[in-house]
Design a protein around this ligand. Structure first.
Ligand code: NCD
Length: 505
């Protein structure tokens, strides 16, 4: 079982972990025998490797204490400098070793700034036939799923409920993996009302807000006045390379006694810690501030998660994706006409000669034809195909000029067609095959693979060649946006196109 992202969780599993942590591991003096009694037949891990190549105090400490209480051998690697990663070894090969038969771990717990690295690692280990479970202990700005679990144990301990409350978060939402995981958990558990406070530059991506009934966003603490739970987050300074961008969001919100008094009575104020300067120290003594107790829940939650790693949450690693996920829906705009070769005339001149087999991509926005050609070159298999690019053709449809790209001799693969139609929805595709001509519109399959590059420089696909070769995007509910399978970020058509323009040369 892997624990990679709150997006993979089920409500039943979360409840089991929370109850497991609460009832079976309090007090923490749980012995291995006791833990075994509760492992419900799943083998307890023998060896745990903690690969922490980003700093940590609480998460590292609580995972290692949880491992000790479960009597597992625990190897800690707390710096990339201590691994061959520093020599340039890939994540994939590091993972193959850390999960290998003779020296590998039963559970690999990873913290890294590379987003999606835990999911990628889990895929690599599964493909290599290892049973190692991967637990994500924080991957860059993406996810921190066990933090969300311990946050929900805290809420359930203090409010005696896991939904049916108003949930607020304040701070650097955009760069916080805790915000991403907590919002995923809130949606899963059935929380309906969410309040979010941040500097406008640090707002959360809209994808994280889908599925809630009532969302209020703002840059004033008043937005939090009806919250039952407020999570305070620090500014993730280490993730900003631009000092100007950092200055815009630093020091914007500070929780002091007066702010607390403005909150609803009965509120609990949480913080994943470390707390830098966003909370006045006087607040530490206030009973509404529960962050230090919250941190204590790290050990039982991580014990329950490790203990469960033998089985249960059997979802996240889809090595063999359903082939139908890749099927491109085609809409035939014009029925095949037999015997017709295509011959079109621009206003002033005939811009391509008739062909009997191939593809004509028409209505490409002027100036984009060269990009289409470069992208085609990347997927081209049949080197004998003849390519023609006609630029600046007068067009009635585009009401100005357009580019036309012609592939003569073969019909390109579906992946190329899907990506091109996604990137430039205004274009028209003519397929000419054995004398028939059909005009088609290619829709989006559930998963898009090939050509596209993730615009997020911290995504594992841009930091590991094997991961790069697997880059894939999932269709979202928003037309013209795709989600990276690894870093979980969503990108608009324009952002994906811009990355290609930069790299297609
Ligand atoms: C958080 C993290 O690492 O994401 N800390 C933690 O695990 N308790 C929060 C943070 O660093 O701001």
């Amino acid at each position: 079982m892997n624990v990679l992202s709150t997006k993979d969780f089920t409500r039943e599993w979360v409840e089991e972990i929370i109850n497991g942590a609460r009832t079976q591991h309090f007090p923490i003096a749980a012995s291995r025998a006791r833990a075994r009694a509760h492992s419900q037949g799943n083998p307890l891990p023998r060896k745990i490797v903690l690969l922490f190549i980003e700093p940590s105090t609480r998460t590292l400490g609580s995972f290692s204490e949880a491992a000790r209480l479960l009597s597992a051998d625990c190897e800690k690697i707390v710096s990339a400098d201590a691994t061959s990663l520093v020599k340039g070894e890939s994540y994939a090969n590091t993972a193959r070793m850390l999960g290998s038969e003779n020296q590998g771990a039963d559970v690999l717990i990873m913290r890294t700034k590379i987003e999606g690295a835990p999911r990628f690692t889990a895929e690599i280990l599964k493909e290599a036939g290892h049973k190692t479970a991967v637990i994500n202990a924080g991957d860059g700005t993406n996810q921190h799923p066990t933090q969300a679990l311990l946050d929900w144990l805290t809420i359930s301990e203090f409010l005696a409920k896991t939904s049916d409350f108003t949930f607020g978060i304040v701070g650097d939402l955009a760069a916080s993996r805790v915000a991403h995981s907590d919002l995923g958990m809130a949606r899963l558990m059935g929380v309906r009302k969410v309040r979010l406070v941040s500097a406008p530059e640090a707002k959360i991506q809209p994808r994280c807000l889908r599925g809630f009934e009532e969302v209020v966003e703002g840059d004033s603490l008043e937005v939090l006045s009806d919250c039952d739970v407020v999570v305070v987050l620090r500014v993730q300074e280490e993730r900003y390379t631009d000092p100007v961008a950092l200055q815009r969001i630093k020091g914007r919100f500070r929780i002091n006694q007066a702010v607390l008094d403005g909150f609803k009575s009965g509120v609990i104020v949480m913080h994943p810690l470390p707390c830098i300067d966003e909370v006045d120290q006087a607040v530490y003594a206030d009973p509404r501030w529960v962050a230090f107790k919250q941190a204590e829940f790290g050990v039982p939650v991580r014990m329950a998660t490790i203990r469960d790693s033998g089985a249960k949450l059997e979802v996240p690693v889809k090595v063999q994706t359903d082939p139908s996920d890749y099927v491109i829906p085609y809409e035939i705009l014009k029925k095949p006409a037999t015997g017709a070769s295509v011959k079109k005339k621009g206003r002033e001149f005939q811009y391509f000669r008739p062909i009997t087999r191939g593809l004509i991509i028409d209505h490409i926005p002027q100036g984009q034809g060269a990009l289409v050609r470069r992208l085609f070159d990347k997927v081209r298999q049949d080197k004998n195909t003849v390519l023609h690019l006609v630029e600046g053709v007068p067009s009635q449809k585009c009401q100005s000029r357009k580019d036309v790209f012609i592939v003569e001799g073969s019909v390109p693969n579906d992946g190329f067609m899907a990506v091109i139609c996604f990137l430039m929805p205004e274009l028209t595709v003519n397929i000419i095959c054995e004398g028939t001509h059909q005009k088609v519109m290619a829709g989006l399959p559930k998963i898009l693979k090939g050509i596209l590059v993730c615009p997020n420089p911290n995504c594992v696909t841009n930091n590991d060649p094997e991961a790069g070769a697997r880059t894939r995007f999932l269709k979202t509910e928003i037309d013209g946006a795709l989600m990276c399978h690894y870093c979980e970020r969503e990108f608009s058509r324009g952002e994906l196109l811009a990355t290609l323009r930069g790299r297609a040369s």
